[in-house]
Design a protein around this ligand. Sequence first.
Ligand code: SAM
Length: 276
Amino acid sequence: MTDQSEWTGKVGNVWADEWRRTDRSFGPVTERLLQVAQATPFAQALDIGCGAGEISVDLAKGAPSSRVLGVDISDALLDVARARSSDLPNLRFELADAASWMAGEAEKPDLLVSRHGVMFFAEPGAAFAHIRAQSAAGARLVFSCFRERGENEWARELASVVPSDGDTLPDPDAPGPFAFGRQERVTHLLAQAGWTDIAFEAVDYGMVAGQGGDAVADALSYFQRIGPIARAAAALEPSTKDAMLERLLALLEGHHRDGEVSLPAACWIVTARAPA
Ligand SMILES: C[S@@+](CC[C@H](N)C(=O)[O-])C[C@H]1O[C@@H](n2cnc3c(N)ncnc32)[C@H](O)[C@@H]1O
C-alpha cells in the first residue's frame, strides 16, 4: 500500500519522472472531473495532492481571473508542477500536508478538487474535517478516487501475475489507492467531517498504459516503474522477476488494440458541499 511517507520519497520521485505517462493514464477521469469542477464559477480553488499539477493547470487556464493553489507533500512533484506552469500568474503551488494546511483569510477555497489525491490520509475523517474548516461557506468538493479493488480489472489482472507471498488480503480501508472504494465508507467519513450533499458518479474508463509504435513495450516499462508490479519486482529474485515479467508481457499483449494498451479501471467522482 502507498502511504504518505512513500510520497515524500521514492514513489513521489518516480511519479515526478513519469508525469507524462501518469497524466495519460487518467484521460477520461480528468475530462469528467474538470467538467464537474468547472460547472460552477469559482474564485479560489485548492487542488489537494496536486502532484505534477495537471488539474491545477487546467483550472487556472480555464478561469484566468480566479486563483488556483495546488498543495502536495512531494517536493519532486511540485518542481514538475511549477516548471510546467510558470506562465500562469493565477496559479501557485505550496509544499503542504492538506490535512494540516491553513488557508489565509483571503484565500479560503470555494472549490476543492483532487484527482486521486485524497486516499492517503492516515486519519481521513480528521483530514476532511480540517479541510472543510479551511473552506469558504458553501464550498464545493470534487474528487476522483478508485472504486473497490475488485471492481478494478487492471488491479486484479496485475495482481494475477505477481507471485503470491502467502500474505492475507490487504485491509481495504488502509490508506492507499483503494481506501475510498467503498461508497458507504466515504459517505460516512465526509458526513462525519461536516460535508453535505454527498454524491457519487461511477466512471468506467480505459487506463492507458502504453501507446505508439511499440505500445506493449511502453506499457511494460510503465508498469515496471509505477504500481504493484514495480513494487513486487523490487523484492523478487532475478529469475522469479523474469517469470513475472513474462506473464505481464502476455497480459499486456492481450490488451493491445490499435496502437494502444489500456486496462479497464473504475473510479468515483465524489461531490460534496460545505455548509453555507
Ligand atoms: C495518486 S497521486 C495523484 C497526483 C495528482 N493529483 C495527479 O492526479 O496526478 C497522489 C498525490 O497525493 C499526494 N499526497 C498524499 N498525501 C497527501 C497529503 N496529506 N497532503 C497533500 N498531498 C498528499 C502525493 O504526494 C501525490 O502527489
